[in-house]
Design a protein around this ligand. Structure first.
Ligand SMILES: [Zn+2]
Length: 271
């Protein structure tokens, strides 16, 4: 999205969900949240942009746009997310959406095999699905509210097929390490309302080491996909071949020779 014109970087953002090029921005970080999280003004700015900037046509937040863009790039799809969800992929891919993936939900519903797992009916820590059945999973700003986020990621890994992929976002404050809010005052986010209920309580404040639990959960590869600037990135966690069996041709020939030798010996004894 960046262009170099007269030695200046000009960012020309196009909404990857609907191709619109007009945006507005709301302020979402309240003084209360800023104090609870102990944010600097720089950190407030990029979180406000990530959560508050939105497309004037499809209403997608920058967070949703970033997530959509990461999916389009992964599948090398050359149009917008709205079209992607109506393309040949909608009949081919098994999709799991855990809680509403921001503004992408109404588009993801177009997938023929789309499972929508919404808390409290479905808990990411105990997904009611068989192993190895989904091609991709999407969730957006869910994991920071989960009691055991590592277990949530392990469950995602379990239900993904080999070479499956998880696309997600979490709020990250880059200049510090991840910490649990144990022993700190309760903090909530999701709307401006102070009484949002326990579903919105923040358990984990993610920092620069956010990637550790992804590997701990069993994923083999992590990519970070940027849309506009560091206020907007999505995490792409991939499984490789989940079955450790690999065909060993040399071992196969050796076993075959052994079999033939023993067969020949048995045959000679018999005659
Ligand atoms: Zn849009």
């Amino acid at each position: 999205m960046d262009k170099l014109i007269n030695n200046k970087i000009i960012t020309t953002l196009i909404c990857p969900v609907c191709k619109n090029d007009k945006f507005n921005q709301n302020t979402v970080i309240t003084k209360r949240l800023s104090d609870e999280w102990n944010l600097s003004s720089l950190e407030e700015n990029y979180i406000n942009k990530q959560q508050g900037k939105f497309c004037t046509k499809c209403n997608s937040s920058l967070r949703s746009m970033t997530l959509a863009n990461s999916i389009l790039e992964y599948f090398k799809y050359n149009s917008c997310f709205k079209d992607f969800c109506q393309s040949k992929y909608k009949n081919k891919l098994n999709v799991l959406e855990v809680n509403e993936a921001g503004h992408l939900h109404r588009f993801l519903e177009n997938f023929k095999n789309h499972q929508f797992a919404e808390y409290p009916n479905v808990d990411i820590q105990k997904l009611p699905y068989e192993d190895n059945i989904f091609d991709f999973i999407v969730h957006s700003d869910t994991l920071e509210h989960v009691e055991d986020s590592l277990l949530g990621l392990k469950e995602c890994h379990r239900v993904l097929k080999s070479n499956g992929v998880l696309f997600y976002t979490i709020p990250i404050v880059y200049g510090r390490m991840t910490k649990l809010r144990d022993g700190l005052s309760d903090s909530y986010h999701g709307s401006q309302n102070e009484n949002q209920g326990e579903d919105w309580k923040v358990i984990t404040e993610y920092g620069a080491d956010f990637w550790v639990e992804i590997f701990d959960a069993g994923f083999n590869e992590i990519c970070i996909s940027k849309l506009d600037d560091k206020a907007s990135f999505a995490i792409i966690a991939k499984t490789r071949n989940k079955f450790s069996y690999k065909f060993d041709f040399i071992a196969f020939i050796r076993r075959l020779i052994q079999k033939l030798k023993s067969f020949k010996i048995s045959y000679i004894i018999l005659i």
